[in-house]
Write a protein that binds this ligand. Structure first.
Ligand code: ATP
Ligand code: MG
Length: 310
């Protein structure tokens, strides 16, 4: 019997993952802080106005620099509905990453508001914001940011340990199902360094989905990938959007951006284009969240819709 209570396990369990974390010299809180995740029991709030999940209102971000103030965002107003796949494009320096930092709560606006599911996120304290983010948003970065000492499976298990939303007895089966969903069923015992960049990014997406957040935010997730791998990653986002996740993705790739359902173009910190490209999937009323589902097959059938009140 393994320490996860399973009779035969080709995978290491969460306790072993914690052992590997200890060897890395980082505490769970260190890593949780870096990932925007902190341990607690938490449930997403219900709400949102008129189907709008993310409302960005008159957001200004001014950086104070030695040479004077610099307005990176100059009054941004946008609304993203549930189930939309939003691409954010614009030249380098146009404010894309700054905008993502505002809507994830990683940084604070100088003025304006960001409401997510009806919650004014910048009214929260830093610690509450971090906890809130751990449940509501999965974040995917250009350079994956997987922990190198952990297998792909262990990387996906970690956020579940931090947030404690998924019952402990269900975490492993959920992590396995997520990795299978992103095409890593045969690679989950490997360390990040022994798989391709595209596979690492797929694992990072699985990790971002660990606590079943309704929103996935990605800053140039395909920026470090060859076009074929980029296509695979985009395809995963596409499926997730079709299943009801709201995706906000920054990209430099116009052809990928054009395949989203909503395109936002920033120019010098302002919205130059805000266009619906195709109808977004509307999650079914009362659709179940995957956390309420007890089995991996339920997840793979496409029950990953997390829109409704719990
Ligand atoms: N912490 C900061 N202090 C001062 N200026 C900053 C800071 N962060 C970003 N900027 C500036 O704000 C502007 C927008 O930066 P941002 O990183 O959002 O651009 P971006 O569109 O994501 O660019 P890229 O495509 O190169 O990633 C840039 O001119 C940048 O130099
Ligand atoms: Mg950027």
């Amino acid at each position: 019997m393994g320490c996860c209570g399973t009779a035969v396990s080709p995978w290491r369990c969460a306790a072993q993952a914690r052992g590997a974390v200890a060897q890395s010299g980082l505490s769970l809180d260190d890593i949780g802080g870096r990932m925007g995740l902190f341990k607690r029991r938490c449930r997403p709030e219900a709400g949102g106005e008129n189907g709008t999940l993310i409302a960005i209102r008159d957001v200004v971000k001014t950086y104070r620099t030695p040479t004077g103030d610099f307005d990176a965002l100059r009054g941004i107003t946008l609304g993203f509905r549930r189930g939309e796949f939003v691409s954010v494009v614009g030249k380098s320096g146009s404010g894309k990453s700054t905008l993502l930092n505002m809507l994830t709560g990683i940084d604070r606006p100088t003025a304006g508001r960001v409401l997510v599911d009806g919650v004014d996120i910048h009214q929260m304290s830093e610690s509450r914001m971090a906890r809130w983010r751990g449940v509501h948003m999965g974040v995917v970065f250009q350079f994956y940011q997987l922990l190198p000492v952990l297998t792909l499976l262990e990387n996906v298990l970690l956020p579940m340990d931090f947030c404690d939303v998924v019952p402990s007895g269900e975490r492993r089966v959920r992590a396995v199902a997520l990795l299978e969903q992103v095409g890593l069923g045969d690679a989950m015992d490997k360390l990040p360094a022994s798989v391709s960049g595209g596979q690492q990014q797929s694992a990072a997406i699985a990790r971002a989905l660990a606590n079943d957040p309704p929103i996935l935010v990605a800053d140039e997730p395909t920026g470090n990938l060859d076009s074929r791998s980029a296509d695979v990653i985009f395809g995963i986002f596409d499926v997730l959007a079709a299943q009801g996740k709201t995706i906000v993705m920054v990209t430099h790739d116009d052809s990928l951006a054009a395949r989203a359902s909503h395109l936002v173009r920033l120019v010098d910190g302002e919205v130059a284009e805000d266009a619906a490209l195709r109808a977004a999937v509307q999650p079914a009323a009362g659709a179940g969240r995957v956390l309420a589902d007890r089995t991996a097959p339920a997840l793979l059938r496409g029950s990953m819709v997390s829109s409704g009140p719990d």
